[in-house]
Design a protein around this ligand. Structure first.
Ligand SMILES: Cc1cc2nc3c(=O)[nH]c(=O)nc-3n(C[C@H](O)[C@H](O)[C@H](O)COP(=O)(O)O)c2cc1C
Ligand code: SF4
Ligand code: SF4
Length: 358
């Protein structure tokens, strides 16, 4: 079952994608105990976070087939200090391979290299390069020149391996050709798809700078990218829309040696890993206090189905002695995820502390 990917051996091909699953060493360790073969850390960047801190917001499409995560750069991206501390904690606690993920809001090597060197010096053998935040650089005429120069410089300077992460804003054959030419050996697929603000968000004005859409619908796109990467002789750490063992097999048949998964585990918990693996022979996350509301569970309506506890979105929901879950106010960041899942509408938004507003 073990897999060789570049110079690293993974105990099996299913790895935790960079996401809330991998923003604390404790969660990564839980994933390891449930069978994950490796983990890609939450992305970090050399920058200073400014106050106040925004919360994440999660909304579902009416049929629950897609969900949208509204967030901001500062909510999603760890600072260099947080990322390096997470790497130290995760490598001390876990024995599976840990892959750091680095980003920068430019294509200048000096914005990427120092942090990559820090991870290399800390022992990293492979670093994911997260290109989700390139913004207007993508439409510049000299994009390919700068992108190639960045990759060539990193490959020349670092002794560890690099693995760029691709999203649909980077056309598959175009970007893989540039990567192959620069000498890159592996690629990470596929980031979420940025979409315009949806009708689902009509209930309030959302102050977020980006909106991502997730779900099984993404799989055909991801398979297309995997297939194209294979044509360019890249080793593939493929994911995006992986929800069951059939999708794992499809990803592998398109050439992926490693298969990464985020949403499905966030929605259903680590127990889902067993299903994904079947066909194959703290410190808690940082607490961010939200705006002036949070969510509470109405005990009288709760049917104790525990759907709201069966996820890895947050550490705020605990089951009490009466078997009814309750939300720890100080840990809730008001993303709305649990309210979207509750089948009987017993999770309600409240103004601080308990005045119900929906
Ligand atoms: C809330 C959230 C945060 C994420 N943050 C990161 C990140 O920091 N860096 C990264 O490379 N990908 C990030 N991702 C993207 C995932 O790694 C993955 O590419 C994406 O969710 C598609 O895979 P999935 O269908 O298994 O969820 C994030 C995903 C989610 C749901
Ligand atoms: S999802 Fe709703 S009904 Fe089910 S346990 Fe949670 S609060 Fe209760
Ligand atoms: S308790 Fe619900 S609203 Fe609060 S952070 Fe957790 S999932 Fe989000």
């Amino acid at each position: 079952m073990s897999v060789q990917f570049l110079d690293t051996r993974f105990r099996n091909p299913i790895i935790l994608a960079s996401s809330p699953l991998t923003e604390s060493a404790y969660r990564i360790h839980s994933g390891e105990l449930h069978g994950a073969g490796g983990a890609i850390l939450k992305t970090c960047c050399t920058y200073e976070r400014k106050e106040p801190f925004e919360s994440r917001k999660v909304l579902f499409s009416p049929d629950h087939s897609r969900y949208y995560a509204y967030s901001s750069f500062e909510r999603e991206i760890l600072t260099a200090r947080e990322g390096l501390a997470l790497y130290q904690d995760a490598t001390s606690l876990c024995s599976i391979p840990i892959i750091p993920s680095v980003t920068a809001p430019s294509l200048e090597p000096e914005d990427w290299l120092p942090l990559c060197l820090d991870f290399q010096n800390a022992g990293a053998k492979l670093i994911q390069l997260d290109f989700f935040y390139l913004g207007t650089f993508l439409s510049r005429l000299d994009f390919s020149e700068h992108f190639s120069h960045l990759l060539e410089t990193l490959l020349r300077t670092l002794t560890c391996q690099i693995m760029p992460k691709v999203n649909v804003e980077l056309p598959a054959n175009y970007i893989f050709q540039l990567m192959e030419k620069a000498g890159v050996r592996a690629v990470s697929l596929l980031d979420s798809v940025r979409v315009p603000v949806t009708d689902a968000a009509n209930d309030e004005t959302l102050p977020f700078s980006s909106t991502s859409c997730f779900g099984a619908w993404q799989l055909p796109l991801s398979l297309h990218y995997a297939y194209a990467a294979k044509q360019h002789h890249l080793e593939i750490c493929g994911g995006g829309g992986i929800t069951n063992s059939a999708s794992v097999k499809q990803m592998q048949s398109c050439g992926a040696a490693l298969v990464q998964v985020a949403s499905s585990l966030l929605l259903h918990g680590y127990a889902k890993l067993r299903e994904l693996l079947e066909p194959l022979p703290d410190q808690n996350s940082p607490v961010r206090k939200p705006q002036n509301y949070n969510y509470q569970i109405r005990k009288d309506q709760c049917i104790r189905c525990h759907i709201c506890t069966d996820s890895l979105w947050c550490d705020a929901i605990k089951i009490g002695q009466d078997n009814v879950p309750h939300i720890q106010e100080e840990l809730c960041e008001a993303c709305g995820w649990c309210a979207g899942r509750c089948p009987v509408g017993s999770i309600v938004k409240c103004m601080n502390p308990l005045q119900e507003i929906f």
